[in-house]
Structure formats: structure tokens, C-alpha cells
Write a protein that binds this ligand. Structure first.
Ligand code: PEP
Ligand code: MN
Length: 277
């Protein structure tokens, strides 16, 4: 099963626990660009790809994603790169189309309270990555996850992606205490998205390391080779070089947190991709 390591909660904080590193552009913009990003992030340790097809943009004039046009692009890129693919679903009417390429359905922060969408996704056999609402209490977040679980889908991944606060230096305030809080209250895997969590490229690597130190089961980060030209969220995309530099320290943090058992046989500092899948 894809992402099987994530759902094996008996192995949390042990050598066999698999840490998920989901990386890719905010939005899929073209075949060439998505392929390049996919190849690079895979080379540097990503275990899954992300890429928006249907976007939830604040302004109606902003790029809304390629929509159906992206399906063929994703099919080809998956064939070439062979990584599982995570993408946001914004409307239950997209289920059939997206199911052709998506391995994990993402529910965005703006839709955490969309209980009808959650009930529909609860009927599926594929994992759902549920993001915390912009101003959702952790207990409301957990309550939303119950809609998926109750409808029969047990493969739910929770994602802390920052919340609205009075602080304006960052796009959102990343609540890393959510990681242990949620883990203490549920068996579900908890991942962190420091891209949306901070909105500021230079802050993302430190928040990746901190999330790993806090015991997160994975990370989701936006990566773009030329962020200033990205069609969405360029300010919070790591460059490929940034991503490449972030990963070795992430490995060291995970090693420190999970203990020396990781050294054999899974761990090799030079081959993070071998065990980060
Ligand atoms: C995203 O991951 O592309 C996204 C829109 O995130 P969020 O729903 O957390 O804002
Ligand atoms: Mn984004």
C-alpha cells in the first residue's frame, strides 16, 4: 500500500518508521516544469510529489490551476518519475477525474469545514490528507477527521499548515505544538507544511527541521526552480538548491530523534532517498 509506513503507528519513532517528504510546486504549470521539479525533488529525497490542479485562490482573477488539462501531464510525469502524487480536491464532482492520477486526495485548509466533501471522500479507498483550517481549533480539526473515519476511510493524514494570528511577519503562524497534541489524541499520522505555515522561503528549512524534531510523520513543501515566476505562492517555494540543502540536515534531525537504530540497515547519511519512502 502506498504510504503504508505512515499508517503503521506501532512503528512511530522507531527505525522502521517511514518519514514522508512530499515536495513539488504549488500549482502544476506545464509538463516541462513539473517533470523537472519532480525529477529534482526525487533525486534529493522526496518520497511523494505534490502539485495543484484545482486551486482555491482568494482572488477570482488569480491562476486557478490547469484543471483537467493537468491530468495527462501528471500521468506522464508519474510514469517517468514513479512517485505517488498528492493533489487538492475542491469539489466532490472532481473525484472521478482526479482519481485517475491522485494517490492521496488533499483537502485544503479552506475546505476543512466542508463536511459534505469529507463524507464523499470518506467513501473512497484512497488516503486523504486533511489540512487544518485557517482558524480551526485542534479539536475542530480532529472532529473534521471523524467525518472521513466515520464514512469508512481510515487512511487519513493530518496536516498542520499554520493558523491566522495577529502576527503579520509571516503569512500564518505555524503551530508546531499541534504535532504532539494531535499525536497524543489520535493514531493518525501528522505532517507539517512549513510553506503555507510561514509563507516565507527563508524560514522554511528551519521549520522543516523543527517539525521533524517535534516528531512529525512527514513534511509537505513547495518547490519551484524559479519562484519569482511561479503562477502561485512563489514567495514560499524553496528553490531546488534550497531543497537539496535542506534534506541532509533533515536526515540528521530524524536520526537524532529516532535514535541510533536508524543507522542499520535503513539509514545512510548519503542515501536519504533509500529510507525516506
Ligand atoms: C496547498 O497546499 O496548495 C494549499 C492551498 O494549502 P492550504 O489549503 O493549506 O492553504
Ligand atoms: Mn500553495
Amino acid at each position: 500500500m502506498l504510504f503504508s509506513g505512515l499508517f503503521d503507528q506501532n512503528s512511530r519513532n522507531t527505525a522502521s518508521h517511514r518519514f514522508s517528504l512530499i515536495a513539488g510546486p504549488c500549482s502544476i504549470e506545464s509538463y516541462e516544469l513539473f517533470l523537472k521539479i519532480a525529477q529534482e525533488v526525487k533525486k534529493h529525497g522526496a518520497t511523494a510529489l505534490r502539485g495543484g490542479i484545482f486551486k482555491m485562490r482568494t482572488h477570482s482573477a488569480a491562476f486557478q490551476g490547469l484543471g483537467g488539462e493537468a491530468i495527462e501531464i501528471v500521468k506522464q510525469v508519474k510514469r517517468e518519475v514513479n512517485l505517488p502524487f498528492v493533489s487538492e480536491i475542491t469539489d466532490p464532482r472532481q473525484i472521478t477525474l482526479l482519481a485517475e492520477v491522485v494517490d492521496v486526495f488533499q483537502v485544503g485548509a479552506r475546505n476543512m469545514h466542508n463536511y459534505e466533501l469529507l463524507k464523499e471522500l470518506g467513501k473512497l479507498q484512497k488516503p486523504v490528507l486533511l489540512k487544518r483550517g485557517l482558524a480551526a481549533y485542534l479539536d475542530e480539526f480532529l472532529a473534521a477527521s471523524e467525518y472521513l473515519l466515520k464514512a469508512g476511510n481510515t487512511q487519513v493524514i493530518l496536516c498542520e499548515r499554520g493558523i491566522r494570528s495577529f502576527e503579520r511577519s509571516t503569512r500564518n503562524t505555524l503551530d508546531l505544538s499541534a504535532v504532539p497534541y494531535l499525536q497524543q489524541r489520535t493514531h493518525l499520522p501528522v505532517i507539517v507544511d512549513p510553506s503555507h505555515g510561514t509563507g516565507v522561503r527563508s524560514l522554511i528549512p528551519a521549520m522543516c527541521w523543527a517539525a521533524a524534531a517535534a516528531g512529525a510523520d512527514g513534511l509537505m513543501v513547495e518547490v519551484h526552480p524559479n519562484p519569482s515566476e511561479a503562477l502561485s505562492d512563489g514567495d514560499q517555494a524553496l528553490t531546488i538548491e534550497d531543497f537539496k540543502e535542506m534534506v541532509p540536515k533533515l536526515s540528521r534531525v530524524l536520526h537524532a530523534v529516532n535514535g541510533p537504530a536508524l543507522r542499520e540497515p535503513h539509514y545512510s547519511p548519503k542515501e536519504t532517498s533509500q529510507w525516506m519512502n
